[in-house]
Design a protein around this ligand. Structure first.
Ligand code: HEC
Ligand code: HEC
Length: 462
């Protein structure tokens, strides 16, 4: 019964619509709005903007229930071009996805994007012909429909910005996981890679059960990130997720390399670790490869925290955004014979300031920093994160190859976490109250690797 009724109405509507169009003038802006824009507004699906914006902006945020107000709101924000409707800025925003270099993402959102574009293009066209609508007085600022968050937050929540940050803060640290998790960094023609290659082969033959878990750092950062996210989605009950959005420092990616080797079984072979426990019970067949509060620990946790806040839309204001200007390098700095007050295990942050020959003074802002804990042998070591002056310039000038510091005079300032600030938030940058002292490096050469680290003597920190 019901079905046949539905059928009849459809037929009737079609007949009616067909009949009406023979007489109708162009569709009114209001009817186009109701038919095409309102469904976008009411849809529970995110708009095509998610192709690039993980949060903070959605096409719906520009739409109001009233067609008239929606139009005026767009007009007053300069998002429609009444003379050349096709040039409207809102259409440019919708078409952004066309330019995406990520072909896969582009394809996924193509249908949605086209529907949005056609709806807005048709409706703006109809509006532009309605002179009485176009000449209505402006809305108040409060009446406009627009994203709630400032443009800086919108820009920060972009997928490509997050990938860029991943490259600098996580992917750049993968040399510490060589060769086990970095198959693409093994170069068979490099004589120094022969021994690691042989060991890997032997290990994989001995422990085939864990081989599939070892390929973590893929050929590209994008593929690596996609893998980490996928592994997090597929976390088994009770297991630690690869990326823990609720508690970033509890992520498997962080806890595993902080863990010791598993015990050996009766057969003399290592027992196979699980991923379902706290740090005390966890073990890692790679052994201890990262220390709590070293520079990679800090940057891993900082990146996962940023990722978590972005995807959950937690940033509201510019003040909440992290600086995001760290650029991982393999330039090392080392403090020897640390002062007696520095207890083993205490985190220390080292900031490097460049000498400005023109003004004959130290640059007020640091150019690099690292973090490490005091070792039982009274040392602090760390690979430097270079600090870009402003993250928008960063990718333009610096790449893995060019992230270097020129030779010359540098000042190292040491800050000590005596008040355990890092225990609460591992991403904290220590301030004035934690300053211990500073020392000069007269002719730093900044070469890669621990053996060629620039060293300062703890006693010279003044
Ligand atoms: C192909 C990727 C891509 C898509 C899809 C995309 N955007 Fe953007 N959007 C960007 C980029 C890149 C920026 C940052 C521009 C900059 O930093 O100067 C941006 C910035 C913005 C801004 C901040 C203003 C500004 O000038 O920086 C707004 C608002 C915005 N987009 C809205 C949207 C809306 C609405 C949609 C969906 C209809 C959308 N975007 C779809 C890439 C995209
Ligand atoms: C000497 C080899 C070796 C090094 C170096 C190494 N690991 Fe591992 N790692 C392994 C092996 C083998 C496994 C699989 C068995 C296990 O879970 O411990 C593993 C497992 C993992 C896992 C769990 C993967 C999964 O899917 O369950 C993570 C995460 C991890 N390592 C992170 C790291 C990070 C980060 C580094 C560098 C800071 C690192 N490891 C350095 C050998 C290594």
């Amino acid at each position: 019964m019901r079905r046949s009724f539905a059928k009849t109405t459809t037929v009737l509507t079609l007949v009616f619509a067909g009949g009406a169009s023979a007489f109708a003038a162009d569709p009114t802006p209001a009817s186009v709005f109701d038919a095409r824009i309102l469904p976008i507004f009411r849809s529970s699906q995110p708009s095509s903007c998610v192709q690039c914006h993980l949060s903070s902006v959605d096409l719906k945020q520009y739409i109001l229930p009233s067609h008239e107000k929606t139009f005026l709101s767009l007009r007053d924000q300069g998002l429609v071009d009444l003379k050349e409707p096709k040039n409207s800025k809102i259409l440019t925003l919708i078409s952004m996805g066309e330019k995406d270099l990520d072909k896969g993402a582009k394809l996924i959102h193509e249908k949605m994007r086209k529907a949005e574009y056609d709806a807005f293009a048709g409706w703006i066209e109809a509006c532009s012909k309605d002179e009485s609508l176009c000449s209505l007085p402006p809305l108040t600022e409060a009446e406009r429909a627009q994203p709630e968050h400032p443009v800086e937050v919108i820009r920060h929540a972009r997928k490509s910005r997050l990938v860029d940050s991943f490259v600098r803060t996580v992917y750049s640290q993968r040399f510490r996981c060589f060769p086990c998790h970095t198959p693409h960094d093994i170069d068979p023609t490099n004589p120094q890679h022969q021994a690691p290659m042989k060991n890997m082969k032997k290990f994989k033959e001995e422990y085939p059960q864990v081989v599939e878990r070892m390929d973590i750092f893929k050929e590209t950062p994008e593929a690596t990130l996609a893998y980490l996210i996928e592994r997090s989605r597929k976390t088994h009950d009770g297991d630690v997720p690869m990326l823990d959005l609720r508690d970033p420092k509890n992520s498997l990616l962080v806890l595993k390399p902080l863990s010791k080797l598993p015990p050996k079984g009766d057969d003399g072979k290592l027992t196979i670790p699980r991923s379902s426990s706290t740090l005390d019970a966890m073990s890692h067949m790679g052994g201890l490869k990262m220390h709590r509060d070293d520079q990679s620990y800090k940057s891993f946790v900082a990146w996962i925290q940023d990722y978590s806040k972005v995807v959950q839309g937690q940033y509201k204001s510019v003040e909440e955004l992290p600086a995001d200007n760290w650029f991982g390098s393999q330039l090392m700095v080392r403090v020897l014979q640390t002062p007696d007050e520095w207890k083993a295990g205490t985190p220390v942050q080292l900031f490097v300031h460049a000498w400005n020959a023109k003004t004959e003074s130290w640059a007020p802002k640091p150019i690099a920093f690292t973090q490490g804990t005091v070792t039982p042998k009274h040392m602090v070591n760390g690979a430097l994160f270079l600090l870009a002056p402003d993250n928008r310039e960063l990718t333009k000038d610096w790449s893995r190859e060019t992230a270097k510091l020129p030779r010359g005079r540098y000042l190292v300032k040491a800050f000590v976490d005596s008040h355990h600030k890092l225990a609460k938030d591992p991403t904290v940058i220590l301030g004035e109250g934690d300053f211990y002292g500073q020392a000069e490096i007269r002719s730093a050469r900044w070469r890669e690797g621990f053996r060629q680290a620039e060293t300062i003597d703890g006693g010279s920190l003044k």
